[in-house]
Each structure stands twice: as C-alpha cells, then as structure tokens.
Design a protein around this ligand. Structure first.
Ligand SMILES: *Cc1c(COP(=O)(O)O)cnc(C)c1O
Length: 402
C-alpha cells in the first residue's frame, strides 16, 4: 500500500519536533542535560576540525543534547535545513554578519532595524572595513537602486521593530539573488506561525528567542537558520571559536515555551486586534499602527505575507513623553518595560529622535518615510495573554484626561 507521508501540522511540530522519549528512562519530557563534558571515545579528536555534525557529544560549547533538541524543533517550525542556537538574538545576528562579511564587502541593511543590529553595522562592521548602506526595504525601487552596485548581504526585518513597517520578502529575495547577493530576514516579530521567510526565498532567518519563541520572559536566546553546510561552518567559527553558546537551561525553557507557540500566537493576534480597534476609537489616541488593521499602509502585503498579524501594535498620542510618565504610574496590569512577545503585556514609549539616533542618520526622504510611521514618537504595546477586556480597562483608565 502506498501511503503518502504527510508532514505534521504546525501545532503537532511545535509540541513534538526535535523531542523523542529518552531511550534509557522513557522520560516523555525533554531531558535537561547540564553536563559540560561527555565521556568520550579515546579516539575522539580534541580539535573542532575533527568534529562531525550529529556524531556524538564531546563538549557543550561544540554541541549539547538539550540545545540540539531546540535546534531541531526550530528547524522543523521554520522549514529550515539547519538551525543554530545562540546565547542571544544579537549573538545570532553578529554571527551571521561576521560569517558572511569581509573587508570590502557591502552590506545593505534596512534603515529601520533593531537598534543593536543597526549600531553593530554602523560601528564595528564599518570599522572592520565593511561598506554599510541603509535602504528603505519597503521601497522596492530603492532596493533595486541600491543593488545596482554589488552587495554580499541584504539584511531585512519584517515587521520591523518598533515601527511595524513590512518588507516584501519574496520581491526583495528576487532582487537580491538577481545581483548575486544573499538575503537574511530577522523574523522575530512574525514568528514561524506568521511567516516562513525561507519559503519566500530568503537564505537565512534569524530570531530573538527571548521574545515569542520563549514567550514567558524568562530566557534570553537567539537562533540562526539556513543551509546545512553553511550552518556547520557557522558552528565551527561562531559557536566553537567566538563562543556565544546558549545555556542548556535556557534551551530547555525555550523548548517548553515553543511547544505552545501556535496557540499563543492565535491568542496574541486576537487580543491585539481587539486592542488596536479599541485604541483606534479612543479620543486620546491619534493613530494606531497594526498590520491587521485596514489602516496599516501595507495591510495588503501583511494579509499576503503573514498568516497571523502577531501581537505588537504601536500608537501615538498628543504629548508622548508626558503620557509615558502617566502610563508608567497608572497602569496596573500592563508592565511599563522593554521587550516583547511575553505572556505579560508590555508597553514602552520611544521618542522618534532617540530611535533615529540609535539607528541611522538618514537622508531626508528616509527620515520622512520613518516619521510617516512613527510620528514624533510611539508607544509600542506587546499584547500579552491576559483577558483583552482587562487590558482595555487598564489602558482606558490610564489614558483618562491626558
Ligand atoms: C530583541 C530583538 C533582537 C535582539 O535579541 P536579543 O535576544 O535581545 O539579543 C533582534 N531583533 C529583534 C527584531 C528584536 O526584537
């Protein structure tokens, strides 16, 4: 009988992928292996040059069984050939940059990027002799113009932190590949539930596992996913030699969080939509940006590229800095704090001048495009898993009389 092997659904993969019952004890939950070293075969090589992917464990900076379980689960969720876990999202981003870029190479980076990535590009990478150009990646004509000169890497983030501008991954992949460049996408805000960039043509995907993948605000981690041989080289250079490996305990926490990712993303999206509509109708709120609202300037792209609009929205009020002080004091359920993607709702105010300073000094057109999304400053609200009614009540009482 010819039975077709059907790939399990995303929820099944989130629960089971990468985990097998322990062959010795039958333990159903993944083991937490804190051991730094593993009793070795006397013939084992002491050098990473003799190390083969998947050929047994030697030392936890090279590979660790609990971290390997997380790497397999993430690879299955993204539909990626291979995954490497890192100590943080920034460790994964810097590993990709240092792996691909050499003096004289050109990097095209989104003119709105996570502050850490932007600062790394304009600081250390530039000092190391990498030519860094920033591009409004939501403007395909600007991307094509920038690619009229050779580039090694095109680096995007979609939706981008914090202004929730989107990039059309398939179109930018087409433009990059036609000019011999590779494309990497930071998909932290989307998660594999919403968007799988590799299926759209990206060569690499990055995540801050600290955010939705962990989902509970108690472990910092990062991941880089891409071609198998490439990832084996990145392991040797960037994990074994540079050394920013993920702790097995954090891997275990993130494994546990990732199991419920599809269900959490459904709840985050539902609640974010309720709150986005509530805020859009609120007299103190000037503007709301959420990919799931018709009013998002790229809503059509969001509907095409995102199977879930995720749980982050931004909104603007008349006097942001004053409102930030009031909200930080009055909010009872929502925590006034950075980070996002946790089960707790988090809100933080970002002044556009600060964002521009921590990102890039832009040319006037880019700055105007930026302000079209961010105004003078915005509240970034990461909608958690509380009852949406309680979040509305909390925001409503905090916004009174502003
Ligand atoms: C938080 C974040 C990062 C950095 O991740 P860390 O785990 O904090 O190092 C990178 N990209 C995006 C989009 C983020 O939100």
């Amino acid at each position: 009988m010819n039975r077709e092997v059907k790939k399990p659904g995303l929820r099944t993969r989130a629960v089971h992928a990468g985990e097998e019952p322990d062959p010795c004890t039958g333990a159903s939950a993944p083991n937490l292996v804190m051991s730094t070293t593993f009793v070795a075969d006397p013939g084992a090589s002491f050098s990473i040059e003799g190390f083969e992917e998947g050929a047994g464990y030697i030392y936890s900076r090279w590979a660790n069984p609990t971290v390997a379980q997380l790497e397999r689960k993430l690879a299955e969720l993204e539909g990626a050939p291979a995954c490497l876990a890192f100590a943080s999202g920034m460790a994964a981003i810097s590993a990709l940059f240092l792996h691909l870029l050499r003096p004289g190479d050109r990097l095209l980076i989104s003119d709105v990027s996570y502050a850490g990535a932007a600062e790394l590009a304009k600081g250390l990478l530039t000092e190391l002799g990498v030519e860094v150009d920033r591009v409004d990646m939501s403007d395909l004509a600007a991307v094509a113009r920038a690619l009229s000169r050779p580039a090694r890497l095109v680096y995007i983030e979609t939706p981008c932190n914090p202004i929730l501008r989107l990039t059309d991954i398939a179109s930018v992949a087409g433009l990059a590949h036609a000019q011999g460049a590779v494309l990497a996408a930071d998909s932290t805000f989307a998660t594999p539930v919403a968007t799988r960039p590799l299926e759209l043509g990206a060569d690499y995907v990055l995540h801050s596992l600290t955010k939705y993948l962990c989902g509970h605000g108690d472990a910092v981690g990062g991941a880089l996913l891409g071609p198998r041989e490439e990832m084996a080289r990145v392991r040797k250079e960037m994990l074994v030699h540079v050394g920013g490996v993920l702790s097995p305990f954090n891997a275990w926490l993130i494994l546990r969080g990732a199991a419920t990712l599809p269900l959490r993303m459904q709840a985050h999206e539902q609640a974010a939509l309720v709150l986005a509509r509530f805020l859009e109708g609120h007299p103190q709120v000037r503007r709301v940006i959420y990919p799931g609202l018709d009013s998002h300037p790229q809503h059509a792209l969001a509907a095409r590229q995102m199977a879930n609009f995720s749980g982050i929205l931004t909104f603007q009020v008349a006097d942001g800095p004053a409102a930030a002080r009031v909200l930080a004091e009055r909010l009872r359920v929502i925590h006034y704090a950075v980070s996002l993607g946790h089960h707790r709702s988090l809100i933080f105010y970002m002044h556009t001048d600060d964002l521009l300073a921590s990102s890039f000094p832009l040319i006037p057109e880019q700055e105007a495009a930026y302000r079209a999304f961010a105004g003078e400053g915005l509240f970034r609200l990461s909608v958690g898993l509380e009852d949406p009614e309680d979040l509305m009540t909390d925001l409503d009482q905090a916004l009174q009389g502003l």
